[in-house]
Design a protein. Structure first.
Lengths: 230, 890
């Protein structure tokens, strides 16, 4: 992953540059984030903040002052976490972007990554339901399911046949997910079905990174911590 | 059906218009169809297969009379098949076929009766009637038959075999060749469909339907034949294995052990070649493919649709399809076979080879369920599923490991699968799963599907349990360091875990080598502890393991020292669970080989309870109960106890059974009881001696020998023994003739019986007339000390009649007897000294002894015994002019 390499080498340079600049501000930020995000150690949070800054590309400002825009974030999702589905990458962005300001700020970044990397089942369930627009009173209609699944089949001979295949797949999915048989998948339906079978967590398309990508990411992002241990 | 097929095949021949018959796909197809139908019929419908048709079969059908082609006589509403079939055709599979050999227009009609396939005389040129008489040999199956009959067919079949070999190598590539697979699936579907119609039409148009379809080159023929070949190949290799292993393990098998709990084993080699619980499954199962066709359930089509998404979908679609598939009742055979028949197994196994954890989990969850079906197991092995699953055991995902191990546990229920697990390094990996501590190194990434370490170990043990039923796997488990780990797990208190752990240990304990490890790992202690568990299955397996281990004296003592005898005795009182009862009685039997244990059992009133179990119990329980009583009755007190509890009668009643292992034990027990005169009187009154005597005719040498041993105390303790023996018409001749046996144990026991019989002068005279002297003399050249001892005693006893002493000399028995003095067995020395003493009354014998150096060997042992004899007669042995040797001081 050349991209990641570039990002990370930039990151370490930046770390050197800011080493003595504003350690206090950094510590403060780490402290405040660690209050809400429990799954990372403080040293890890620090690494993630530094990574955030290098991704944002601004080394001379205060830590975590601005955000990652959608395109940058999608590039990260694609190159680091191996995601490919455009629509779902957008939705993951919105799920990260809790305050809906179209930027992912440093807190949102660390919090989102905590779900990606260390999330419990419940956290991931909540995250997926956000990605699929299921939170609150939302529900997914047949048509939306079709949209999300339309690229799930390898291309067959004609578009018609593919459509037919996807339609059948939607039927199968609805049968599996629509627990109350109202023709659409509500948040409750989704939660119930996934609790019964965890494999269904990403039923409407991949929105969480693969384990091996997570491991790679951690290995690179936390390498300073890891090497300093020895 | 036969006639319909005949006509179709012949009609096709005409259709080709050449006047000769080529190898056509049609003919192959028809043949194949017949093979499929006929070969499976007898297994699927064993009862129906036994029916002999004494009159034409009639059935109701919805078809119009017009639907019947010529050849059927339509009479009113009944369509009668032409008079076709003689009564002896025990099930109707008479099929007419043209010879596939193009050179010959020879018409033959293969037929099948219960024995196999053979050629009928066929239709003579000038006759309309078909002659169904057998011509030539009987063949075990249609393929062998046709190979024998037709050179062309044979050639074709060997081509198919080569194809099969090649195909096996290409198996993996084929998985990827999706179009080909799909083609096969479609063809298959078509066949299923058409078969359905065929069935609806009561098979009448079977051949025709097949024909239209088979005109195109068909994959089905190939695949079907492959399956057959595969089976026969597998069988062959298994038989080879039987052959080689037979000698290796025979010695360690004691009668009765193998029978324990195994109801359906019939072939002796199965018992010998594998340990205790090699199950019925080693028979290739009957293929139910056809039966399933009769009425395709709706699940079939739904599953087919899901498999389509498994094949053509991305991860999301695949996971949806996998999860949906699990909504079907996977415990149901219809669904299991549907998955296989639509090509789902290939896809599921393929998924295991991907990097997608979710797909692997989903696939394994399905495979785990459907692999309860023996046919699915075979297919999984055939499709190369085991190596992939074995690799998954290395996965960092615990849940994946668990699922793979559980699936392996299900699949490895037959020998070929167990071998595959071993050959792909599975045993080592499974043993590694037992090591909880090692597994606790977790990846930083916590997974959604994780399970506990204990669960990993449990699944590992479960798979090892299945695998441990093969000898080589036991060895592999030991080499992989499985015993210390199993021993450690045995100390835990998870019942789920303990059952497979004890199960594995129990399997391994059937091999003598492993019992040492079992002792050293303090396993007995924990087995005893778990006898007190609440879980019946756990109790059963613990008792079973003790039964296996207690062949060893030290282990028997350990069981007592750890207080295992009391729980065993108290478990005897619960007789509802027969499996457990069999295991418990087995453990008691083996433990009671040690006297101290018998004393304990008497203390716990176990002997009375055992006597109570002599009636109304299944054979596998009886074998052990009787075995235990046989051991207990070696002591006087217990013989009295058994008699007082009314045990003699049920024991004698059991002498009429047919179970070999049971008979060996019963004869031993009756023999033990007969040592006490009062019991002997009861045995005599119940005609037990006659029953014992008739068991000398039992085909199995162990039974013969055991019966002969039992007769000894009977004759010794019976009142009017001589008269009793004479009352068995032909009995003495029978005994003498058993001296022609080639089984050492039979010979030794019969010699012992003869020693007792010969105590009666009249009977001695009779057996002399039956030629006992030459027969005994013939046995003299043996190295077997047990036989030597009893032979010498018999000779010594038989010397007491007529000119038998001289006769033994004439038959050259003396010189070998002298050599017995070289033996290290004091019993042999004593018996030989007595025999030589008897023989020495004849001068020629003395010369022979002298020539063979009886004097030269001044063994202190011999001298001691000689001095015990009358000194006056010793002179005979050493010659008149020589004084007896003086004892050599130690």
């Amino acid at each position: 992953m050349p991209r990641l390499g570039v990002v990370l080498s930039r990151k370490s340079k930046c770390a050197e540059a800011t080493l003595d600049m504003d350690q206090k501000t950094l510590n403060k930020l780490v402290e405040s984030i660690s209050k809400t995000v429990k799954s990372f150690k403080k040293s890890e949070i620090e690494c993630l903040i530094q990574l955030f800054d290098s991704l944002v590309g601004k080394t001379d400002r205060r830590f975590g002052s601005c955000g990652i825009d959608r395109n940058t974030f999608r590039r990260i999702l694609h190159s680091i976490f191996g995601m490919t589905n455009d629509m779902l990458m957008n939705r993951v962005f919105f799920a990260f972007d809790e305050d809906n300001d179209n930027y992912i700020n440093v807190k949102e970044w660390v919090k989102g990554l905590s779900v990606f990397l260390r999330g419990t089942f419940e956290e991931k369930l909540k995250f997926c339901s956000e990605v699929y627009y299921l939170n609150g009173d939302g529900y997914i209609s047949r048509e939306e399911i079709f949209d999300m699944l339309k690229n799930s089949l390898s291309q067959q001979s004609s578009e018609e046949e593919t459509d037919e295949g996807v339609n059948e797949l939607v039927d199968i999915t609805l049968k599996k997910m629509d627990c109350d048989n109202d023709g659409k998948v509500s948040s409750a339906d989704f939660t119930k079905a996934v609790r019964e079978d965890r494999l269904l967590l990403e039923v409407f398309g991949p929105c969480l990174p693969e384990a091996k990508n997570c491991l790679n990411f951690e290995a690179l992002a936390f390498r300073n911590i890891m090497t300093s241990r020895f | 059906m036969g006639v319909a097929l005949t006509r179709s095949a012949q009609w096709t021949a005409a259709g080709h218009g050449t006047g000769t018959l080529e190898i056509t796909p049609l003919n192959e197809a028809i043949l194949n169809e017949i093979i499929m139908f006929v070969e499976s019929f007898i297994y699927k419908h064993p009862q129906e297969a036994k029916y002999a048709f004494v009159e034409p079969l009639e059935w109701t059908t919805e078809l119009d009379a017009s639907a019947f082609q010529s050849g059927y006589v339509v009479r009113g509403e009944a369509a009668l098949l032409p008079e076709k079939i003689p009564v002896w055709v025990s099930y109707k599979a008479t099929v007419g076929l043209k010879d596939l050999n193009s050179e010959s227009l020879d018409v033959f009609l293969p037929s099948r009766n219960v024995l196999g396939w053979f050629r009928t005389k066929g239709k003579a040129d000038d006759e309309r009637e078909i002659n169904y008489e057998r011509k030539g040999e009987i063949y075990k199956d249609l393929v062998t038959f046709l190979k024998e009959i037709s050179a062309k067919f044979s050639e074709n079949m060997s081509k198919q075999e080569i194809n099969f070999d090649e195909e096996q190598q290409k198996e993996k590539e084929q998985f990827d060749a999706a179009p080909k697979k799909e083609e096969a699936a479609t063809n298959h579907k078509a066949r299923l469909g058409s078969d359905k119609t065929t069935y609806q039409k009561n098979h009448i148009n079977l051949a025709k339907t097949q024909m239209t379809k088979r005109l195109e080159p068909s994959l089905n023929w190939k695949t079907s034949v492959d399956i057959k070949d595969r089976k026969s190949l597998v069988k062959d290799s298994q038989e080879e294995k039987h052959g080689t292993r037979l000698d290796k393990t025979r010695t360690s098998i004691s009668p009765g052990r193998a029978q324990l709990l195994r109801k359906s084993i019939e072939k002796p080699e199965e018992i010998i070649s594998e340990s205790s619980s090699e199950s019925e499954e080693d028979e290739e199962p009957v293929d139910h493919r056809q039966e399933a066709n009769a009425d395709l359930p709706s699940e079939y089509w739904q599953i087919q649709k899901l498999v389509k998404y498994l094949k053509g979908g991305n991860q999301t679609a695949t996971v949806i399809a996998l999860c949906s598939m699990r909504d079907f009742n996977l415990a149901q055979e219809t669904c299991q076979l549907a998955i296989r028949d639509v090509g789902g197994l290939e896809v599921l196994i393929n998924l295991l080879d991907t990097d997608e954890v979710k797909c692997k989990i989903g696939s394994l969850k399905i495979l785990k369920e459907i692999s309860h079906n023996p046919q699915i197991r075979r297919s999984i092995v055939d499709l190369g599923g085991l190596p992939i699953m074995v690799n998954i055991l290395d996965s960092p995902h615990k849940s994946l490991k668990c699922l793979a191990a559980e699936t392996i546990a299900n699949v490895a229920k037959f020998r070929r699968a167990r071998r595959a697990v071993r050959q792909h390094g599975g045993i080592t990996k499974l043993v590694a799963l037992l090591d909880c501590a090692k597994n606790s190194i977790e990846p930083a990434q916590s997974s959604l599907y994780e399970t506990r370490d204990v669960e990993v170990a449990r699944c590992g043990a479960l798979a090892l349990w299945s695998c441990s039923k093969s000898y080589a796997n036991k060895e592999a488990i030991r080499k992989a360091g499985g015993f210390p780990l199993l021993a450690r797990l045995l100390k835990t208190s998870h019942e789920d875990m303990l059952i497979p752990v004890v199960g594995t240990l129990q399997e391994c304990a059937s091999e003598e080598n492993y019992r040492a490890s079992i002792k050293s790992e303090r396993i007995i202690e924990n087995l005893v502890k778990n006898l007190n568990s609440e879980n019946e299955q756990l109790q059963e397996h613990c008792a079973m393991a003790i039964y296996q281990c207690a062949e060893d004296e030290e282990t028997r003592d350990l069981v007592r020292l750890h207080g295992g005898l009391k729980p065993l005795a108290s478990l005897l009182n619960n007789t509802d669970n027969k499996e457990r009862l069999a295991a418990v009685t087995g453990a008691i039997w083996k433990c009671s080989i040690s006297k101290e244990n018998v004393t304990k059992f008497r203390e716990y009133k176990a002997i009375e309870t055992l006597v109570g179990l002599l009636t109304d119990q299944p054979e596998e329980v009886l074998v052990n109960v009787v075995g235990a009583l046989g051991e207990c009755c070696q002591e006087y007190e217990n013989r009295v106890l058994v008699r007082r509890c009314g045990g003699i009668q049920p024991l004698v009643n059991l002498l009429v059974g047919i179970n070999q292992a049971l008979l060996v034990n019963v004869t031993k027990a009756v023999g033990a009881c007969a040592a006490e005169p009062e019991s002997m009187a009861i045995i005599d009154r119940l005609d037990g001696v006659r029953l014992l005597w008739s068991l000398l005719k039992n085909p199995h040498p162990d039974v013969k020998a055991s019966a002969a041993w039992a007769l000894c105390p009977c004759i010794e303790n019976a009142k009017d023994a001589g008269e009793m023996v004479r009352s068995f018409v032909g009995g003495l001749e029978l005994v003498v003739n058993l001296l022609k046996s080639d089984n050492k144990e039979v010979l030794a026991s019969v010699c012992a019986a003869i020693t007792n019989i010969a105590k009666d002068q009249e009977n001695l005279a009779v057996i002399t007339d039956h030629g006992v002297v030459p027969l005994l003399s013939k046995l003299a050249n043996t190295n077997n000390d047990k036989l030597r001892r009893h032979l010498a005693e018999a000779i010594s006893r038989c010397c007491m009649w007529g000119r038998n002493r001289v006769a033994f000399g004439e038959h050259k028995a003396v010189a070998p007897l002298v050599r017995y003095l070289k033996s290290n067995d004091t019993n042999v020395h004593r018996a030989t000294a007595q025999a030589l003493y008897q023989l020495s009354e004849d001068a020629d014998n003395c010369i022979t002894m002298h020539e063979n150096g009886a004097v030269k060997w001044r063994f202190p042992v011999l001298q001691t015994f000689l001095l015990q004899l009358s000194v006056a007669n010793v002179g005979g042995l050493f010659g008149k002019d020589q004084s007896p040797p003086s004892p050599v001081p130690k």
